[in-house]
Design a protein around this ligand. Structure first.
Ligand SMILES: [Zn+2]
Length: 294
């Protein structure tokens, strides 16, 4: 099953749905960073959230960044997504390894991320000031935190599900999720019905590993509720857009003094991209050139 994103509405547009199956892109992110299962689940859930939220951006120029820093041993997770379905991310500590959550037998993402900190959502729309929304981390499990974010900052009742199932060989067996929002003016009973349906629904990863597609899952949840699925051509993908030029800017930003020091000591420098691990080498001569152009 290839990665896929769908958008849908139900009940005459009163319910809005974005859903995605994201196994391949989570697998790629996990492979690049050499994640343990706990780290893969934490990064994978946030990557999936990024893809879902990225698809709500209005233009190619817009970028959304999600950041969870909760003081846990994962040491922060950051994801950046675009409107075309591309997403990239990194986790502070890809080696974080915790025992399974006793309560539900799942990978312990909540403890890895930690509850002592903030979930930050940054929407850069190419204007001078980006939009920054922030809420305290509620559980560290990612989906609950995003639902809390939507409720607090956008006052829209929102249900979020995100799941990553890691196989014994560390590859990703299934990954996906959805965001379901109730529009203003919707009947209260509709909210109750949805809450009930979602409680009765199996987890996304369980259904995906049973061979269901993301459409099947949404069709099941919204059975008999006037569901309309819009098939848009968004293919979610793990993609890094780093370049030597961008890395150069970051390198220069350490300041003239530090650059001079590196240069005068005759050193070379390799700078690795946080998101994809690509190394950019700067010879001593090239560092000299950068200094000259400052
Ligand atoms: Zn990169």
């Amino acid at each position: 099953m290839k990665d896929k994103l769908i958008r849908a509405t139900a009940k005459d547009g009163m319910v809005r749905i974005i859903a995605a199956q994201t196994r391949d892109l989570v697998n790629e992110g996990s492979r690049i960073h050499g994640c343990t299962p706990t780290a893969a689940a934490a990064l994978g859930r946030l990557l999936t959230a990024g893809v879902l939220m990225g698809s709500t951006l209005k233009s190619e120029k817009e970028v959304i960044t999600l950041q969870m820093k909760g003081g846990g041993p994962a040491k922060g997770v950051t994801v950046t997504a675009y409107s075309d379905g591309s997403v990239k991310g990194y986790i502070g500590n890809p080696n974080v390894n915790l025992p399974l959550n006793v309560a539900n037998g799942k990978l312990n993402v909540g403890e890895a991320i930690g509850k002592d900190g903030m979930l930050t959502v940054i929407k850069d729309q190419g204007l001078r000031e980006p939009y920054v929304g922030q809420v305290p981390i509620y559980s560290g499990e990612v989906a609950e935190d995003l639902a809390y974010y939507y409720t607090m900052s956008e006052q829209v009742p929102t249900a979020v599900a995100l799941g990553v199932l890691v196989d014994t060989d560390l590859s990703i067996k299934a990954a996906g999720g959805y965001i379901i929002q109730l529009m203003p003016g919707a009947d209260e009973l509709l909210g109750d019905l949805l809450t009930y349906r979602l409680e009765e629904t199996k987890s996304v990863t369980t259904m995906l590993s049973e061979g269901k597609t993301i459409e099947n899952i949404i069709e099941e949840i919204f059975d008999g509720m006037d569901l309309k699925i819009y098939n848009e051509e968004i293919t979610p993908e793990y993609k890094c857009d780093c370049s030597r030029e961008k890395v150069e800017k970051v390198f220069i930003s350490i300041g003239k003094k530090d650059l001079e020091e590196i240069y005068n000591e005759g050193k070379e420098e390799e700078i690795k991209c946080n998101f994809c691990g690509t190394g950019y080498k700067f010879t001593n001569e090239q560092i000299g050139e950068l200094l000259k152009n400052l």
